[in-house]
Design a binder for this molecule. Structure first.
Ligand code: ADP
Length: 461
């Protein structure tokens, strides 16, 4: 009998970077310990991220559709019902994860915080004290956490955690909201609450929303956002305070001039930062504020230490973390001789705004930064799309980018209906190396927006 302080693999964190690999390794016969203060699978994605925020988004978007098509004003939707739905989704997924764990007897879950002692030793602090664990392999998958700047009054702001965790702090839809930060979380949150009837101001330090994403896509999306969202770019927030009426006042400077805005609540959404476990530094491995350095096999410079998910700072998306976790598992199973590698070239990246937007692969604004890259762009406008007309949401369209000559699909972006679904189909075609000829021959489902992918290909062959 092996003692429960000795394992083949320990994962620090049981989110997307931790549990898929843990379950795969256990299936191959390895004894795995997952350590996470939540004591459950799912990490921050389920606790306060993608899943609960999309549960709110779904209801906000449905309210908007209802208002458009049935003339039912979205403001009437009861926010308590929205939270109840969100909490129920989280509960259902936690129950599902508990069953997965129960079906994997070689995986042990320990609720607590892990600290690294040396390359083969971690300690866990939990309710019963501190335990010392020995392991052959270590997967660091401690994720990322909300970044709070050291600004006066920053602690007065709510964060995505306060909005999306089970039994959240924010229980009522505020009449008005200030969102500090115009990245994905900020713009998504702004669009959910605007769709529900709140007046929202986004204060964005950069010159445009969503830096790093395709600039044409961002411009199209920005033009289609709810008019209840006021966007202030080049706004450098300097302080947050309570206003006389119990709301929030956020001070900022813009082009040298001081200004302020007031609203019922303020949300801090300036980004997330990797969580480096205590004791990691003594391993002598490279890391900085962006994360732990790994190669595409998820290896650090120590042969048996891997880092997966948001903590490695490569591409902080749940679906990337999952794939990276499996890559680490495969490379552990192949005896630390890599047999599996992460390909970041065709990863879908969706914005769950209302309407949505998404991109994958090489798009025009990315190609524009490379003089050797020429692309053929083909556009499908949703104004002529049957599904978009049926749903009463005809803004935006699908933009595909092909390589001249062989007409291989290199990337695409979508703004508008079903963007979050379409990006998967486009991404799969990019990953599989399909060309415009392949796409054009495929009789895509009518009357669905995916027809636009086929039509965009048919337009050039
Ligand atoms: P990812 O998708 O990259 O796995 P998440 O942030 O969703 O990232 O999940 C990471 C998990 O790791 C979270 O549940 C977090 O609480 C947990 N975690 C962070 N630091 C530690 C630590 N020192 N010990 C154990 N778990 C940790």
């Amino acid at each position: 009998m092996v003692p429960d302080t000795e394992f083949d693999v320990v994962t620090i964190g049981a989110g997307g970077g931790g549990y898929p690999g843990a379950l795969r390794l256990a299936r191959a016969g390895m004894r795995v310990l997952m350590i996470d203060p939540k004591g459950t699978l799912g990490g921050n994605c389920l606790a306060e991220g993608c899943v609960p925020s999309k549960a709110i988004r779904e209801m906000a978007a449905l309210a908007g559709t209802h208002a458009r098509l049935a003339g039912d004003p979205s403001e009437r939707i009861d926010y308590t019902r929205i939270i109840a739905h969100k909490d129920a989704v989280q509960d259902a997924r936690y129950a599902q994860h508990a069953r997965e764990l129960a079906q994997s007897p070689l995986v042990t879950m320990r609720k607590g915080l892990a600290r690294i002692r040396d390359a083969h030793t971690v300690t866990v602090d939990d309710d019963s004290g501190t335990a010392t664990i020995k392991t052959r392999y270590l997967i660091v998958a401690s994720g990322a956490d909300v970044l709070i700047p050291s600004l006066p009054g920053a602690a007065l702001c709510l964060t995505s955690r306060d909005l999306f965790r089970r039994d959240p702090t924010l229980k009522e839809r505020p009449a008005s909201m200030i969102v500090i930060g115009g990245g994905a979380i900020g713009v998504e949150t702004a669009s959910f609450f605007a769709a529900l009837g709140s007046q929202v101001t986004i204060l964005q330090r950069a010159a445009a929303l969503l830096p790093g994403m395709d600039t044409d896509m961002v411009a199209t999306l920005t033009g289609l956002l709810d008019p209840r969202i006021q966007i202030v770019t080049n706004a450098d927030v300097s302080a947050i305070e309570r206003s006389a009426d119990g709301g929030m006042r956020v001070h900022y400077t813009r082009e040298g001039a001081a200004a302020h805005v007031e609203a019922a609540v303020a949300i801090m959404a300036i980004g997330r930062a990797p969580v480096i476990p205590e004791g990691f530094a003594q391993l002598g491995l490279a890391y900085d504020r962006h994360g732990i350095s790994v190669d595409s096999a998820m290896r650090t410079k120590l042969p048996h230490v891997y880092a997966c998910g948001d903590v490695n700072g490569r591409l902080p998306l749940f679906h990337v973390a999952q794939r990276e976790s499996l890559i680490a598992a495969h490379n552990i199973l192949s005896g630390d001789t890599p047999c599996d590698y992460m390909d970041y070239a065709a990863v879908p990246s969706a914005l769950f705004t209302i309407p949505g937007a998404a991109q994958v692969g090489v798009t025009r604004s990315l190609a524009a930064t490379r003089s050797d890259m020429e692309l053929i762009e083909s556009v499908y406008d949703f104004h002529g799309d049957a599904r978009a007309q049926i749903a009463g949401s005809t803004g935006g369209g699908i933009h595909l980018f092909f390589e001249p000559g062989n007409l291989r699909l290199r990337g695409g972006w979508i703004v508008g209906i079903d963007a979050d679904q379409l990006v998967g189909e486009i991404g799969l075609a990019v990953a599989a190396g399909l060309s415009a000829y392949d796409l054009a021959r495929f009789p895509n489902q009518h009357p669905m927006a995916a027809e636009g992918i086929t039509q965009a290909a048919r337009a050039i062959v």
